[in-house]
Design a protein around this ligand. Structure first.
Ligand code: UDP
Length: 240
C-alpha cells in the first residue's frame, strides 16, 4: 500500500524491505525504476506533471528526507522510517555483491564515478561494477548503448532531479538493465568528494542542517522546506 504525501505516493518500507524489494525486481525483465523523493522533489512534482507521472509509475518510491516523514505524520498517515537514498544504495550493493549482480554508475563530474567505483569495490567485496560514465554528456543514445554493452543489471543514475528520473524513463528500455535508481549526489559521497553528515546528525534527522552548514549556498533550496510542512498542515486541514 502506498502513502500519499502531497501528491507523491510513497512505499511504506523500511530500509531492509526496500533493498529486498529492489532485489526482487531484478528477477523480472525491466526496466524498473526506483526513486528517492525528498521534499524538494515532491514540490517539483507538484508543478511538473511529466515528472509527477514518472514518480507515480516507479516500481519503488522510497521516502528520502526527514521532511517527508514529518509531512506524512502531519497528514495522519505515518511512514515507517526515513530511508536515505545512500543507505538504500549501500544495502542494495551488499545484496548485489552476494548475488553476482552487475552495477553501472552514471553521473557526476568526469572522474567521480570511477573513484566511486574504486571505493565501492573495496567497501563491498565481490561487487561487480561493470562500467561508469560521467553525467555531463550531450546525447543519451551512446550512453544507453554503453550500459547495454556492459550487461548491467542495475544502474545508479546520479544526474540530480528531475533530470535523472526523466533520463531513466526515456532510456531505461534501450539501456537494457532491470533496475534504475535515481540517487542525486550520491556518487560525490561514494567518491569521497562530499562528506556525509556525522552519525549523530543522521540519527537526529538533521543531515540537512549539516549540509547547509557545509554548503551555505543551499540555503535558497532549503528555505522551501518549512513551506513543505505548512502545505502538509494545510492539506490535513482540508481533509486530504
Ligand atoms: N549532475 C550530473 N549531470 C548534470 C547535472 C548534475 O551528473 O547534468 C550531477 C552533479 O555533478 C551531482 C549530482 O548530479 O553529482 C546532483 O547532486 P545534488 O546534490 O545537487 O543532487 P540532489 O541529491 O540534491 O538531487
Amino acid at each position: 500500500m502506498r502513502v500519499d504525501v502531497l501528491g507523491v505516493a510513497f512505499d511504506n518500507v523500511s530500509l531492509t524491505q526496500a533493498a529486498d524489494r529492489a532485489m526482487a525486481l531484478l528477477e523480472e525483465e525491466g526496466p524498473h525504476l526506483a526513486v528517492t523523493p525528498n521534499p524538494e522533489i515532491v514540490q517539483r512534482a507538484g508543478r511538473d506533471p511529466e515528472f509527477a507521472r514518472i514518480l507515480a509509475g516507479a516500481d519503488l518510491v522510497i521516502p528520502d528526507g526527514i521532511g517527508v516523514i514529518y509531512a506524512a505524520k502531519i497528514l495522519g498517515r505515518p511512514l515507517k522510517e526515513r530511508v536515505p537514498g545512500i543507505d538504500f544504495a549501500s544495502a542494495l550493493m551488499e545484496r548485489m555483491a552476494g548475488a553476482g549482480k552487475r552495477l553501472f554508475l552514471l553521473g557526476a563530474a568526469p572522474g567521480v564515478a570511477e573513484q566511486a567505483a574504486e571505493n565501492l569495490r573495496a567497501a563491498h567485496p565481490g561487487l561487480v561494477i561493470c562500467g561508469t560514465h560521467d553525467g555531463y554528456f550531450q546525447e543519451d543514445g551512446p550512453v544507453a548503448q554503453q550500459i547495454r554493452a556492459a550487461g548491467a543489471d542495475v544502474v545508479f543514475v546520479c544526474l540530480g532531479f528531475p533530470k535523472q528520473e526523466k533520463w531513466m524513463a526515456a532510456n531505461g528500455a534501450a539501456a537494457g538493465a532491470r533496475l534504475y535508481v535515481g540517487l542525486g549526489g550520491s556518487l560525490d559521497v561514494f567518491a569521497g568528494r562530499v562528506e556525509r553528515a556525522p552519525e549523530g546528525f543522521q540519527r537526529l534527522g538533521l543531515e540537512w542542517l549539516y549540509r547547509l552548514v557545509k554548503q551555505p549556498s543551499r540555503i535558497g533550496r532549503m528555505a522551501k522546506l518549512p513551506l513543505f510542512l505548512v502545505s502538509a498542515v494545510g492539506a490535513r486541514a482540508r481533509g486530504k
